[in-house]
Design a protein around this ligand. Structure first.
Ligand SMILES: Cc1cc2nc3c(=O)[nH]c(=O)nc-3n(C[C@H](O)[C@H](O)[C@H](O)COP(=O)(O)OP(=O)(O)OC[C@H]3O[C@@H](n4cnc5c(N)ncnc54)[C@H](O)[C@@H]3O)c2cc1C
Length: 306
């Protein structure tokens, strides 16, 4: 379709979030002739830029940045998706005959349907009851971490969420002990890393971290048998997991804060990591974004559900 023809097609879908789910929704919508506007607060597939090693995506992509570049190239080929980068959706509203999305610059987008795929964000030190970090000590999150060359001595990773496995794969030459302090609820996550010789698993009940002497970090913990220990470490990284980040307004959350598709207004489709803590993978995000766009397409064209 030529650019001028594409402009004549009305916008039928607003896509909030330009990760793998939102981009897949935009591509599928374009493939069935639907014009969409995609708003992304950061860059397309920004999260993938932090994933140095991928081992579960079909099609031969083994690095996040490479996959992000391929997805952006696919989207650039269609005239039917207008992409607005650096734009945050602050509110999504749903009505009988349309949805409206309010953007942080004050403008408002209107269309018959919206796909909301804003994903999850990392939990902070104040979000878990078993961790104490004093005000003013800002610990970096592991999933965006660049480990400085000048670390001498062990690293502390707080929590055993999946970015730990990625971190270890991305830093094969890192020759430092990695002490992983994790709560009972992370027990099932440690299998992926327990055989890495750099890792010492430290199942804890509670942990307190403060700045120590010589730019070190001092950690004091109580293990699951009630024994207390302290250790000085070169640095500490938060790896506590994540929480969904839906925009305000009409998006319905469940008891866990996630936004299942079947809880939403009929004109709003949620997709990707935002749906559930259970299916947070690139391929499931792509699949659900694709499905969301097709649902909007069939509804718009009046094709009844089988
Ligand atoms: C360290 C790490 C390693 C991982 N490794 C793997 C792996 O090896 N294999 C795998 O399958 N998965 C992996 N994942 C998970 C994978 O990255 C996610 O499942 C996938 O990115 C989910 O895609 P999504 O589109 O749902 O969400 P996201 O990729 O999080 O995209 C959501 C987008 O929405 C944007 N956004 C948020 N709020 C707003 C708003 N209000 N307005 C506009 N835009 C907004 C964000 O900027 C973001 O770009 C990893 C994740 C991490 C953190």
């Amino acid at each position: 379709m030529a650019a001028s023809e594409a402009r004549d097609v009305p916008t039928e879908l607003i896509i909030v979030g330009g990760g793998p789910a939102g981009c897949a929704a935009a591509l599928m919508a374009a493939s069935v002739g639907m014009r969409s506007v995609l708003v992304e607060a950061d860059a397309l597939c920004a999260k993938l830029q932090h994933i140095g090693a991928i081992n579960n995506v079909v099609g031969g992509h083994s690095s996040g940045p490479e996959l992000a570049a391929a997805i952006a190239k696919d989207l650039a080929r269609t005239e039917l998706c207008e992409i607005q980068l650096g734009v945050r959706a602050v509110q999504v509203q749903a009505y009988d005959d349309h949805v409206a999305v309010l953007l942080d610059g004050g403008s408002r987008l209107v269309a018959p349907y919206a796909v909301v795929a804003t994903g999850v964000g990392p939990l902070g030190s104040g979000d878990v009851p078993w961790l104490t970090v004093p005000d003013g000590l800002l610990l970096p999150t592991l999933w965006g971490a660049k480990v400085p060359d000048d670390h001498h001595g062990p690293l502390l990773v707080i929590g055993a969420d999946r970015p730990l496995g990625t971190f270890l794969r991305v830093h094969p030459a890192l020759d430092l002990p990695v002490l992983v302090a994790y709560p009972p609820e992370d027990e099932y996550k440690v299998d992926e890393v327990r055989h890495d010789p750099r890792v010492t698993l430290n199942p804890i009940a509670s942990l307190s971290v403060r700045a120590g002497a010589n730019a070190q970090i001092s950690a004091e913990w109580t293990d699951r048998e009630g024994r207390q220990s302290t250790q000085s470490l070169a640095a500490a990284y938060l790896n506590l997991g994540s929480a969904p980040v839906p925009p305000a307004g009409a998006i319905v959350t469940d008891a866990t804060g996630y936004c299942p598709p079947d809880h939403q207004h009929p004109r709003i489709m949620t997709a990707g990591d935002l749906r559930s803590s259970r299916f947070q993978r690139i391929m499931t995000a792509i699949g659900s974004g694709t499905e969301a766009a097709l649902r909007a397409y069939y509804d718009l064209r009046g094709v009844p559900s089988p």
